[in-house]
Ligand binder design. Structure first.
Ligand SMILES: [Zn+2]
Ligand SMILES: [Zn+2]
Ligand SMILES: [Zn+2]
Length: 173
């Protein structure tokens, strides 16, 4: 039993440091600093990982994303605390132990294994079924209709885009 509550689902990003060229996987959702030089990291691709293995299809190995980043099948995540900051608690990749607030070394108190989620989502515009992120929490662009989901919360934008898309499909048929 672990004493800290790990989230069911986390977003793992592949981040690169433009200062020292360090690359690392990070748990997305907070500001991240490079463990090597302490500059800010730049996120590239990201994927969803889940705490429980039951949602996972069998037999999948490491996954190559379109930016040619190999996302591991599973990743060990730590629950880390910092002694010097009031809010110094974070869920981090196991060996990523620099506090984002005070830049001290954090203590890993617990660990949990997360698994790559093979679940895919359907595009509400064009019906494409291979989206990696739920439309309401996504930085993705649909590879089929090219809708950018960062504007998903703008209902007007969706309706307008969908109308255009449907019209375009009708014209082609
Ligand atoms: Zn760096
Ligand atoms: Zn701290
Ligand atoms: Zn689409």
């Amino acid at each position: 039993m672990t004493k800290h509550k790990f989230p069911e689902e986390i977003y793992i990003a592949y981040a690169v440091c433009r200062n020292c060229n360090n690359n690392e996987f990070i748990v997305d959702g907070q500001t991240q600093i490079c463990n090597n030089c302490k500059e800010l990291l730049f996120r590239t691709d990201e994927r969803i990982y889940v705490l429980n293995k039951k949602d996972i299809q069998q037999g999948k190995k490491d996954i190559l994303s379109k930016n040619e980043i190999v996302f591991p099948e599973k990743i060990l995540v730590g629950y880390a605390t910092c002694s010097t900051a009031a809010n110094g608690e974070e869920v981090v990749i196991k060996d990523q132990v620099i506090c984002q607030q005070c830049e001290e070394q954090m203590v890993i108190e617990d660990t949990a294994m997360y698994f790559y989620s093979n679940k895919t989502y359907k595009c509400p515009i064009c019906g494409y079924e291979g989206l990696y992120f739920p439309p309401d929490n996504s930085y993705e662009t649909c590879p089929n209709c090219e809708f950018d989901f960062t504007s998903y919360n703008d209902e007007g934008a969706i309706n307008e885009y969908k109308e255009k898309w449907d019209k375009k499909q009708n014209e082609q048929n």
